[in-house]
Ligand binder design. Structure first.
Ligand SMILES: Nc1ncnc2c1ncn2[C@@H]1O[C@H](COP(=O)(O)OP(=O)(O)O)[C@@H](O)[C@H]1O
Ligand SMILES: [Mg+2]
Length: 685
């Protein structure tokens, strides 16, 4: 969309308000003009010059005065004075009404532009967000849209100034076209002088938009990365960077102010010089007939004088418009739909899966990148079963999972559900039947309940409680200060990773999706939380069509099918035991992970034998001991639960408790040794 198009559309959107604003401006100008010309005869009357000069008044004035002939001679002056005052009152009433309509135009316009922007932000494809900064978008929605409404309002102000000037020029032409010719030349020169200021104003406007964009992007980035800023002790340098931006913006605004504030005085001085030139030239031209023309000249100068403020306003408005036009350009680009990606939705309602999902020969590369991320993927996910994707980081697992909710569409091949291309389904009905739990759970800054029912607001109390229980989340939720009504986030309770994850699972359970995508849902958790979350996930994915990506291979052993991805290609598929027997890539991945786990354990056991700081020698082992004890207690707690019937997990957990107890013993031993060492090295006083 072009800037001019946006301005025109904005004006056309509120035709009544725009017309009222201009109508008020026009009537104000008319009342102002009539009031102004009537001053001349009153002045002449008061100066006792009426009888000699009345006949020489310009035609236009004599016509107005004709109206007052109906009054008796002795009341005529009073009637005229009253008329002047009345006209000025009317003019100000019109100005008042005009400023009300124009500010209401301003508000409505800002609200509408913001709604348009919001619509676009919600509709546009995810890929738009990977190449746009959130700070920029917030800046567009706030600052640039405000400045755009200022531009529209300035346009209305310009229209009013132009109408006023035209009315006055009409009167001036009627009074004397010769003098008007001279005045036009003189005031045209004043307008030319303004041209430099207008050009400069545009430069400042661009600069301001640029700086305000940088500023808001940086602020958003710092706030979302505040942990990193603090962890790297970068507060001072961030403060410095932003204070630089704030200063630059302040300077830019100051320069624009210097310019705006200068326009008024310069215009006034120039206009007065123009006025005097008109008087001088007029006097010279009419030299011999001055007697007869003095009344005309007087009327002319009074009208011209009253017109000067409007000319000043017009010039100021031109400069203001030039300053805000860069923002109009930014907003028109932001609101334009043609240069943004939108996902085309199909028309078929999605009613569930009967057979399965076929990833049919998919290939994909991210927009703007040549590198293929997926190549010839061919997989089948049968209804009610679980397909696990494994492979090195960067292999393309998450990308493949993102194609299912149509966050992106494949470049080649297609995803079919029961033989129907995914693109034929209505995207919203499909996504509603889809549950996604990923590594970083997003929770809104709202109550636990609001977060739980986000996917299905109409869930009943019983459904919520059931989901909480199945997600292993009832206990901690009910222990929160306000239970389900507790606020999460900055004003409320902060939850641990495992708790957030269980909330996300409960949310998915309430949503009761047909298809489930789990993208490394447990990889950010420690072993104990993982066990709790894994139980919840098993509950969630039971009998559901599930696509699971797991970093820890131990969690996908039970999948109905495992696919190993490598650099965008499926290199092996099968079930856990068969894949292990094949001794191929999957077996290798398992071996690598197993040896890493062993190494970590050994490192843990031999770590920190060298602690020399006595304080640390005390706190470190005590922390270790507490963590081991915590794990053991947690496992014992789970073992006593009634639903622990699965013999295999019972064995696993007992083994884990045993390993933890051994670790605990080891820590106590180390503690004893290092304690002796510290005692030996510390000087006895
Ligand atoms: N939004 C994106 N834009 C461009 N490239 C991306 C984007 N997301 C991921 N990639 C690239 O795609 C490849 C696969 O990434 P991903 O699917 O996240 O792998 P995995 O989940 O298996 O670790 C990587 O090389 C990564 O750099
Ligand atoms: Mg991933």
């Amino acid at each position: 969309m072009h800037s001019r198009q946006l301005l025109r559309q904005s004006l056309l959107r509120h035709p009544v308000l725009v017309l009222l604003t201009i109508l008020m401006g026009f009537s104000g100008a008319l009342f102002n003009g009539i009031g102004t010309v009537l001053i001349v005869p009153i002045l002449l009357e008061l100066l006792g010059q009426a009888s000699s000069l009345m006949d020489q008044l310009p035609d236009v004035l004599r016509q107005f005065l004709g109206f007052f002939d109906q009054f008796p001679e002795n009341q005529r002056l009073a009637a005229m004075t009253f008329a002047v005052v009345f006209m000025i009152v009317l003019k100000n009433a019109a100005a008042y009404a005009g400023s009300l309509t124009s500010s209401s135009l301003n508000r409505k316009l800002a609200a509408n532009l913001r709604l348009d922007g919001l619509r676009i932000l919600l509709d546009v494809d995810l890929s738009y967000y990977t190449r746009t900064k959130v700070g920029d978008l917030i800046n567009h929605l706030n600052v640039e849209i405000s400045r755009t409404t200022v531009a529209v309002r300035t346009l209305a102000r310009m229209a009013i100034a132009i109408i006023t000037i035209l009315v006055f020029i009409g009167i001036l032409l009627w009074t004397s076209w010769q003098l008007t010719l001279i005045a036009t030349v003189a005031l045209g020169l004043v307008a030319l002088i303004n041209q430099t200021a207008i050009r400069q104003s545009k430069v400042f406007g661009k600069e301001l938009s640029h700086l305000s964009r940088l500023y808001s992007s940086r602020i958003v980035e710092i706030l979302s990365g505040i942990r990193l800023v603090k962890a790297t002790a970068n507060e001072a340098s961030e403060y410095h960077t932003i204070s630089q931006l704030i200063n630059d913006r302040e300077q830019s605004e100051y320069h624009a102010q210097l310019l705006f504030a200068g326009i008024g005085p310069i215009n006034e001085v120039c206009s007065i010089i123009a006025l005097i030139s008109v008087a001088t030239v007029g006097r010279t031209v009419m030299g011999d007939r001055l007697e007869t023309f003095s009344a005309i000249l007087l009327t002319y100068l009074v009208v011209l004088f009253r017109m000067l403020p409007s000319i000043g306003q017009l010039n100021a408005a031109r400069s203001q418009l030039a300053n805000t036009l860069p923002s109009v350009a930014i907003v028109s680009e932001f609101l334009s739909r043609s240069d943004k990606p939108f996902m085309q939705s199909g028309s078929r309602s999605f009613l569930g899966i009967k057979q399965g999902i076929h990833f049919n020969n998919l290939s994909f590369s991210y927009p703007g990148s040549e590198q293929p991320v997926l190549r010839g993927i061919d997989l089948y996910l049968k209804r009610g079963t679980t397909l696990a994707l494994v492979g090195a980081s960067g292999a393309g697992k998450s990308t493949l999972a993102d194609l299912l909710p149509r966050f992106y569409d494949p470049d080649g091949g297609r995803i079919e559900i029961d033989g129907v291309d995914l693109k034929q389904f209505d995207i919203q009905t499909f996504r509603r039947r889809l549950g996604i739990v990923s590594q970083d759970t997003f929770l809104f800054n709202a109550s636990v309940r609001e977060n739980l029912v986000y996917g299905r607001p109409e869930a009943t109390e019983a459904e919520i409680e059931d989901a909480m229980a199945r997600a292993n989340a009832s206990e901690f939720i009910l222990a929160l200060p306000d239970g389900l009504e507790t606020l999460i986030g900055d004003r409320g309770v902060l939850l641990s990773g495992g708790q957030r994850q269980r909330l996300a699972i409960a949310r998915a359970l309430i949503q009761d999706p047909d298809i489930l995508i789990l993208d490394e849902a447990t990889s950010a958790l420690d072993t104990i939380s993982e066990r709790l979350v894994q139980k919840a996930i098993d509950e969630l994915s039971r009998d559901r069509t599930t696509l699971v990506i797991a970093h820890r291979l131990s969690t996908v052993q039970n999948a109905d099918q495992i696919a190993v991805l490598d650099r965008g290609k499926v290199i092996e598929t099968g079930v856990h035991s068969a894949l292990l027997n094949q001794d191929g890539p999957y077996a290798q991945l398992c071996a690598i992970q197993f040896s890493e786990q062993m190494k970590n354990r050994d490192e843990l056991k031999t770590a920190d034998l060298e602690i020399s700081d006595p304080k640390q020698a005390l706190t470190h082992p005590s922390k270790e001991m507490r963590s081991r004890l915590g794990s053991i207690l947690e496992i014992l707690g789970q073992l006593t639960e009634k639903d622990m019937q699965n013999e295999r997990s019972r064995e696993e957990m007992t083994a884990s408790a045993y390993a933890n107890t051994l670790d605990l013993l080891k820590v106590v031993e180390d503690f004893e040794k290092s304690g002796q060492r510290v005692l030996r090295s510390a000087p006895l006083s």
